[in-house]
Design a protein around this ligand. Structure first.
Ligand code: FE2
Ligand code: FE2
Length: 474
C-alpha cells in the first residue's frame, strides 16, 4: 500500500476515512513535536540533515533520501501490507484467523506490551540527545540523527495502535509516552536501562549493536502476534531497525580497525601505548562489550517465566521467526536450561516446560545474532596479525534479572564469590578511569570527510554518496 504524503500525518492506513481517529492523532501530533524539540537532539534542530524517509513499505526500495530539518521530518503511520487470511501461528489459538480487533480478554496485556515497547522508542532519543555535540564525523552525526528520527517514528507506530484500538485509555497512554522522560526522578521511563544517559560514542555504538538488537528480537516476537495490526506494524519497524544495528556493528568495527592501525604503526600491543596515541585499545572495547551485552540480556526477562508462557499460549507474542519451528503449540515437552546451586558455586541442569522457557529461547537466538558481528571484528584483528580475540561474555555474567541474578560469575561463566567479583569487576567492565579516558576523546569533528582520531572512516558513504559528503549542513 502506498504511503499518502499529502496528509498532515503521512500514512498507509487510510487515516482520512476515520475522521475521529484522524482528529485524535492530529491533536497528539503537536505534543509530539514539542517533545521532539525539547527532548530531541540538542543543537541541530535548524540544520539540514541527509535523511531517509519511508516511501512505501515493501522490502525493496522503500526509502527516499534528501536534506531535511529534523522537526520537518515526515513521521507517520506505516504498516506492512496485510497477509490475506492470516492465521494465528502459535499457541492455543493456533490456526484461527488473526484478530483485526483487540480481543477483550487480552486487552490489558496487549496494551501493556505496546506501551512497554513504545516507551523505549522516545527513551532512546532522550538518552542520546547530547551526543551530536561530540560527534566523530558528519557521517556519524547523520547516522545518529537517522536513528533518532526513526525511533521517533517507532513511537508513532505504537501511538497509532493505542489510539486506533484502545479507546480512551489508549489515548491517555499515548500522552504518558511523552510525559515520562529518561532519567527523570519523578516520571522515569519504564525499563531501567532506558534511564541511563548515553553520553559517549562507544556507548552509542554498543547501544545500537546490543540494545537495538534486543529491540529487533522483541519486534520479531510481536511481529508474530495474533493481533494483526501489531504484527504488521512491527514487521515494518524491523526493516527500519536494521540500519540501527548497522550503525552499531560498523561503528565498533571502525573503532577496532583504528586500534589495529595504531598497534601496527607503533608495533606494540600495549594498551597504554594505544591510548597515548589517542585510540581505544582492544581490551577496553571488550570491557564495553561485557557491560552492554550483559545489560541487554536482562531485557529478555526471567529465564523461566509464566508471563512469557501466557503470552505464547494466548497468541500474543511468539518466538522470533516462529515458522522455523515444527511444533507451534508447545503444550508438551521440556527444554533443558541451567541454574546455579543454592550456594551459587556450581551449575546444575533443569528441565523446564517449553512454554515457560520462551524468554530463554529468544535470548539464545539473540546471543547467536550478537556473535555474528563479533566474529567479523575478530576477522579484522586476525587479518592485521594481532593476537587478540573479542568474546561475548557468558550469559551468567553480571546479570540482574533471571536465574543468574544475585550470583556471581566471571565473564567466562565460572562461579565466584561476591567479594572476588567486586574486586575484579573494574577489570571486566569500563572503570571510571576508562570512562574518563573515552570521554576525553569525545571532541566534535565536523569538517566533511574528517574523522576523530579514535575511529577509522567507514568503507562507504550513505546511499552511494562519498564519505566526505556534507551529510549535515552546519
Ligand atoms: Fe525502535
Ligand atoms: Fe532502533
Amino acid at each position: 500500500m502506498a504511503i499518502d504524503y499529502s496528509e498532515l500525518i503521512p500514512n498507509n492506513v487510510n487515516l482520512s476515512e476515520d475522521r475521529v481517529l484522524q482528529r485524535a492523532l492530529e491533536k497528539w501530533q503537536p505534543h509530539f513535536l514539542d517533545w521532539w524539540k525539547e527532548m530531541g537532539p540538542e543543537g541541530f534542530q535548524t540544520k539540514d540533515v541527509y535523511l531517509r524517509t519511508a516511501t512505501s513499505v515493501d522490502a525493496k526500495g522503500w526509502a527516499t533520501y534528501g536534506m531535511v530539518k529534523m522537526p520537518d521530518y515526515r513521521w507517520g503511520i506505516f504498516l506492512a501490507d496485510p497477509v490475506a487470511d492470516r492465521k494465528i501461528g502459535f499457541g492455543d489459538e493456533f490456526g484461527k484467523p488473526a484478530w483485526q480487533q483487540v480481543p477483550g480478554e487480552h486487552r490489558s496485556t496487549l496494551r501493556r506490551l505496546i506501551v512497554t515497547q513504545g516507551d523505549t522508542e522516545p527513551a532512546s532519543v532522550e538518552q542520546q540527545r547530547l551526543l551530536g555535540l561530540s560527534c566523530p564525523s558528519l557521517y556519524d552525526l547523520r547516522n545518529l540523527f537517522q536513528v533518532n528520527v526513526e525511533e521517533g517514528r517507532h513511537l508513532w507506530a505504537m501511538v497509532y495502535l493505542l489510539h486506533a484500538y484502545f479507546g480512551r485509555d489508549g489515548r491517555e497512554e499515548a500522552e504518558e509516552l511523552l510525559a515520562r522522560h529518561s532519567g527523570d526522578v519523578n516520571k522515569p521511563r519504564i525499563l531501567s536501562t532506558f534511564n541511563e544517559p548515553i553520553d559517549d560514542w562507544m556507548s552509542f555504538y554498543c547501544f545500537t549493536y546490543f540494545t537495538d538488537r534486543d529491540g529487533k528480537f522483541q519486534l520479531k516476537m510481536l511481529a508474530e502476534s495474533g493481533f494483526d495490526p501489531l504484527a504488521r506494524t512491527c514487521r515494518f519497524m524491523l526493516t527500519e531497525e536494521a540500519h540501527h544495528m548497522f550503525v552499531g556493528e560498523t561503528g565498533l568495527g571502525r573503532v577496532v580497525k583504528r586500534a589495529l592501525e595504531v598497534m601496527n604503526e607503533l608495533k606494540t600491543d600495549d594498551p597504554a601505548a594505544v591510548r597515548s596515541a589517542g585510540a581505544i585499545d582492544l581490551p577496553l572495547v571488550q570491557k564495553y562489550i561485557n557491560f552492554w551485552f550483559s545489560s541487554a540480556l536482562d531485557l529478555f526477562g526471567a529465564d523461566i517465566s509464566t508471563n512469557a508462557a501466557g503470552y505464547f499460549a494466548n497468541g500474543l507474542k511468539g518466538r522470533p521467526d516462529e515458522e522455523q519451528y515444527q511444533d507451534h503449540i508447545c503444550r508438551e515437552g521440556t527444554m533443558r536450561l541451567e541454574e546455579p546451586t543454592e550456594d551459587g558455586m556450581a551449575i546444575t541442569p533443569i528441565d523446564v516446560p517449553i512454554r515457560n522457557a520462551m524468554n530463554a529461547i529468544a535470548r539464545q537466538g539473540y546471543i547467536k545474532d550478537c556473535d555474528i558481528g563479533v566474529q567479523r571484528w575478530n576477522r579484522l584483528i586476525r587479518k592485521a596479525g594481532i593476537d587478540f580475540e573479542i568474546k561475548l561474555p557468558s550469559e551468567r555474567f553480571r546479570r540482574t534479572v533471571g536465574t543468574w541474578a544475585g550470583f556471581h560469575f566471571t565473564p567466562e561463566g565460572q562461579p565466584i564469590t561476591a567479594v572476588e567479583f567486586e574486586k575484579r569487576l573494574s577489570g571486566w567492565i569500563p572503570s571510571s578511569a576508562d570512562r574518563a579516558y573515552v570521554r576525553s576523546l569525545m571532541k566534535q569533528v565536523t569538517a566533511p570527510g574528517k574523522m576523530a582520531g579514535w575511529i577509522a572512516p567507514p568503507d562507504r558513504g550513505i546511499n552511494n554518496l562519498a564519505v566526505d559528503y556534507e551529510y549535515v549542513r552546519l
